[in-house]
Ligand binder design. Sequence first.
Ligand code: 8YV
Length: 328
Amino acid sequence: MSKPRILVARVIFPEVIAKLEQHFEVEHNQADEAWPRERLLAKLQGKAGVFTTGGERIDGELLAACPSLKIAANMAVGFNNFDLPAMTAAGVLGTNTPDVLTETTADFGFALLMATARRVTESEHYLRAGKWQKWAYDMFAGSDVHGSTLGILGMGRIGQGIARRGAHGFGMKVIYHNRSRLPAEQEAACKARYVSKEELLRTADHLVLVLPYSAQSHHAIAAAELAQMKPTANLINIARGGIVDDAALAQALRDKRIAAAGLDVYEGEPKLHPDLLTVPNVVLTPHIASATVPTRKAMAQLAADNLIGFLVHGKPLTPLNPDVLQRT
Ligand code: 8YV
């Protein structure tokens, strides 16, 4: 019997390709660049599965053009690149990679928070530019992390990981806002108190965004929300571009409406709003919150195991629209 055919849309670990090749006939994008949409659609013809990395949009148009497709396996916990209702309607399964990246991503949230609060990159640029000539009482004086108020918007697994680090590691007072309140034992584990979004904005010293992107969370932080924050507050976004209105944020940073920001994700990435590149009080990283070697390997393995689980054994590990399973 011939093996099912799958497409791997981006370069990934050779050992993961080797594993997939045991079960599938694999076509693998080996170029540095993502395929343009038209090329992706052409490559998907006759494929039963696609390994995506979060950058490939799986929507009604693609599904109509690629009727052989049965599963899209995202190497990411976020799946805003999937039109899940359209996938469910077309009988196409979507899978993501939860859990395996939680602690690594929470670590990075904290790294960005610390770097932003203590002006790490701004001071390094100053030093590298040869500008460090003398001591000054206020040179790169930032904000304290220990004992401050940590605000978290979006309290899923990663949000709770950040809360635990803040509460137990840095003695921070943790407040959060989420679509729904956590059960009491989960709140206790990360010493977090549920507050309204308005209170969160008004009282957080460090506000970390960890909510999924959707039409509802689009520009959840825009000019009006930034105006409610303390002028001494720092904003950290490790969630998705589009949750923050980047133009409004750049303006708020320029006007010192808030102290600083640490950003890993951007509207329209990998392009950035040009003003973010010119304001000094922002730490910028290129969407690397989950990027440690072990975690990226675990994510790739889980995406591959979802393809194998579903197409070979009929049992994906982390399905997003399990309704499809009942129908197949
Ligand atoms: C990935 C992410 O880097 O998991 C997510 O949702 O944003 C990141 O971990 C990215 O999507 C590449 O797969």
